[in-house]
Design a protein around this ligand. Structure first.
Ligand code: OGA
Ligand code: MN
Length: 284
């Protein structure tokens, strides 16, 4: 087993483990330790079926079922724990997965819930070459490098995390559009939280569209959020995953933001995905 750092900011590749086989205690410890350090881990050239993906994921926590998708369907009825991220449509024109082929803006997953998932695990089955990259940003680094002025401004603030839209901006089933962010539905979380393991402070931003800082004038909230987001998504805090078939990637959902580039709609991108239940209530 070997960990290779992917960048200065975050990300690491683990070599020398076949994830199809049951993991040993030593391997699980090594992965957990590496994950705490690097926040995003990649394992290349894996050959996993859906059972393998589920078994691997369960080594790191309890599975959290997929969030609601715009079509209100279970993508894999035999594996309801697995979500599908794909632009492919079946022969009746219904998407086989979420997020289409467009850009998915910077976000953390399902932070509109009181207890958001603590991790996402994504396995690449089919990917277009050199497109549809996924970027990650380290929210501990971003917090640490905020100016004292901004730290003071946000330390005791609470943010509404929009539950009405997915990261592709699509309205979820059962929600209405509103253009007043102070009316946004969704969980309320502190803008700065601490990692339950390391106790390190980090920015907890969720996603930019429809976000609102409680108690501020909408205009002031928008201005402050723009300033924080501009800071937090600077390239120096990020690392980019360029997908190959067989890559399995796992990220700490509360510690990093992620976003995905758009890609050519005539190509196929199919990922199977699990997520792990959060173990702390971060909402106040
Ligand atoms: C996700 C997600 C990005 C991608 O699965 O939560 O945002 O690269 N996916 O498909
Ligand atoms: Mn996501």
């Amino acid at each position: 087993m070997n960990l290779i750092n992917s960048s200065n900011s975050l990300g690491g590749e683990i070599e020398g483990i076949d994830l199809k086989k049951p993991l040993t205690e030593t391997q699980i410890k090594f992965i957990n330790h590496s994950w705490d350090e690097r926040l995003v881990l990649v394992f290349k050239n894996q050959k996993l079926d859906d059972n393998d993906l589920i078994n691997f994921s369960k080594n790191f926590g309890e599975l959290d079922p997929p969030g609601p998708n715009p079509y209100g369907i279970t993508f894999l009825p035999d594996f309801p724990e697995i979500n599908v991220i794909s632009n492919v449509k079946n022969n009746t024109g219904i998407p086989i997965g979420n997020l289409g082929d467009g850009e998915a803006v910077w976000h953390a997953d399902m932070t509109y819930n009181e207890i958001p998932p603590k991790a996402g695990i994504l396995y690449a089955l089919e990917v277009p070459e050199n497109q549809g990259n996924t970027h990650f940003a380290n929210m501990t680094y971003a917090y640490n490098q905020l100016s004292e002025r901004l730290k003071n401004k946000i330390n005791d603030k609470t943010l509404i995390h929009d539950s009405a839209h997915n990261s592709a901006g699509m309205l979820r089933k059962g929600y209405n559009e509103t253009n007043n962010p102070s009316q946004t539905p969704g969980a309320r979380h502190p803008l700065v939280i601490r990692d339950p393991q390391t106790n390190k402070k980090m920015l907890f931003l969720g996603r930019r569209p429809h976000a609102y800082i409680i108690g501020m004038e909408v205009i002031e909230s928008e201005k402050l959020l723009d300033e924080i987001w501009q800071h937090a998504t600077q390239v120096k805090f990020t690392w980019t995953q360029k997908w190959k078939v067989g890559d399995l990637l796992m990220w700490k959902n509360l510690n990093v933001l992620h976003k995905r580039d758009s890609f050519d709609p005539s190509t196929r991108r199919v990922m199977h995905r699990t997520q792990l239940k959060g173990d702390i209530r971060i909402a106040i």
